[in-house]
Design a binder for this molecule. Sequence first.
Ligand code: ATP
Length: 367
Amino acid sequence: RKKVAVMTSGGDSPGMNAAVRAVVRTAINMGCDAYCIYEGYEGLVRGGDLIRQMHWEDVRGWLSEGGTLIGTARCKAFYQRPGRLLGAKNMVANGIDALIICGGDGSLTGADKFRQEWPSLVDELVANGDFTEDQVTPYRHLNIVGLVGSIDNDLSGTDATIGCYSALARICEMVDYIEATASSHSRAFVVEVMGRASGWLAVNAGTATGADFVLIPERPEEHDWKEKMSLVHREMGKRKTIVIVAEGARDKEGQKITPTEIKDLLSDTSENGLALDTRITTLGHVQRGGSPVHMDRMLATLQGVEAVKAVLEATPGTETCFIALEENKIVRKPLIRAVQETQELAKAVESKDFTRALQLRDREFAD
Ligand code: ATP
């Protein structure tokens, strides 16, 4: 029987459990044994009871659970070949050669590297005397498929990542609460949301809550944002103000815009200042927490099923793929291209090449 393993890696996101559940049950349904690797790549490297066979009932009730029940970790050892060699040893020892990884661009980069190195890792295991040639023969090819779990919706090539809709719903809920107190006291609030290189959460939350200003990494203000904010206030005589700022927001010079800077501008009591009573709210980890919303459960379930099909259909010549959502369809796409584009976008933002950043961000709000 074919053995299919699944793991979650990098930052947790709501819907990861639904993805694990879908993989486990689809694998069983398709006549395979299903395994979970606990604690991300750390579990792969350490092996032992961090690699466990899963049965149908083991994932009962997982659809609605937030976070990841099989744990996740940042694993230093996996960046180096000796760590990946230990991972390969544990895979062969457990008879696993089909792996589904749910994580962000870092986790998927590690996955691609692991698959590329696999033949030489297996050779090394034989050379070291860990296994005989006959023992490794059934495991000469490793098939890997990626699922994108991230609240930032920052992976190139997919319209949505598992977890982004739940984070967005949570942000909107929080901004609605803030809105009520802002209007009552005629206050300004600066709300910082996640997104180091991606403004998806900020733009969507801003649109859905009717925020007054949104600042994101990919689109630095064409005019001076300070001037613009002051002008709008004076012209409209605003009573309350909500500013949503992504953690990686930039100005036209490419400098980070901090919530404190925005607060200083809005609360300035000098002659021409706006003198607004301004508060900063950093939403932080509440954005990751709680039950996944319907869309993340659906995405995780449909993509989990597709990932098992893809990993079982893969041949040695098949390019490593990840499961994407494209124009409302679940599709397979080349993994490394998406990872490279995502990393290129982060670099473009970092090096202030915003034209390139917008080209790469093939999302509706870039237009
Ligand atoms: P998030 O979007 O939440 O940051 P991520 O998957 O990008 O998620 P990372 O911390 O970048 O999170 O990666 C998770 C793990 O994947 C790392 O701790 C490491 O074990 C592995 N990994 C990341 N990049 C590589 C790489 N270039 N080579 C090998 N392994 C890697």
